[in-house]
Ligand binder design. Structure first.
Ligand SMILES: Cc1cc2nc3c(=O)[nH]c(=O)nc-3n(C[C@H](O)[C@H](O)[C@H](O)COP(=O)(O)O)c2cc1C
Length: 206
């Protein structure tokens, strides 16, 4: 059965990225009538930061782990299980301080694990999430498109591209909803702002 992992990271009640991932999931469900959607709301349920116990457990072979170490990794295993189960992902990302929301970084720290989502071989690091497709929807107050003066300040796309490739994801599409600050000032209405981005989202999900 086709499975989509829908992940949101914005804490905002009027979130642009959430509306876009919602539309993605709706379109995807129409295209995959028997499909299953796993929903993960990181703002509502933030992952714990990794700590010394977590790191010790992650670098202990599974057969040698203590009960406490196994328990420490249980949530990480649950999140990695979702990535393994789904064949397609849609990530909703709010730009916060030129980077990703802290809750998304906490999720990344939980799922990027040696021996689970990447491994070191003779050729160096190898991603273990193979054959998956990802769409990343990024909402930002400013505009950071290639060639714009602020492009170099966008650390969302470059970081996510790097970390997703590190775990094996190469089929990754970014959809940028830049300029949402205009919604706050009233310079643009929500429908007009969202229309072209929703079109891209529907096309990516169909
Ligand atoms: C804490 C915080 C930090 C932000 N930092 C930036 C920023 O660095 N650059 C930017 O263009 N917009 C910034 N914004 C604006 C958001 O990127 C914008 O509101 C976007 O729509 C957020 O996505 P969302 O609507 O899905 O929550 C920030 C907003 C908040 C609340």
């Amino acid at each position: 059965m086709a499975t989509l992992l829908q992940l949101d990271s914005s804490p905002s009640p009027n979130s642009v990225s959430r509306e876009l991932t919602h539309q993605f999931a709706q379109t995807w469900k129409t295209a995959h009538r028997d499909g299953d959607v796993i929903y993960r709301d990181l703002a509502a349920n933030p992952p714990e930061p990794i700590d010394a116990l977590w790191i010790g457990a992650a670098y202990t072979p599974p057969s040698s782990r203590t009960a406490e170490q196994t328990k420490t990794l249980a949530f990480s295993e649950e999140l990695i299980g979702e990535l393994e189960r789904a064949d397609e992902y849609v990530f909703g990302v709010a730009m916060h301080n030129f980077s990703i929301p802290a809750v998304l970084k906490l999720w990344i720290d939980q799922v990027v694990r040696s021996g689970r989502t990447f491994s070191y071989g003779e050729q160096g690091p190898q991603g273990l999430l193979k054959g998956k497709k990802a769409t990343v929807v990024v909402a930002s107050g400013g505009v950071y498109g290639l060639g714009t003066p602020a492009a170099g300040m966008n650390h969302v796309d470059s970081y996510l591209k790097t970390i997703l490739a590190f775990v094996g994801l190469t089929d990754v599409k970014f959809i940028n909803a830049g300029g949402s600050a205009g919604l706050m000032t009233g310079a643009v209405d929500r429908q007009t702002f969202l229309r072209p981005v929703l079109e891209q989202v529907r096309a990516a999900a169909a």
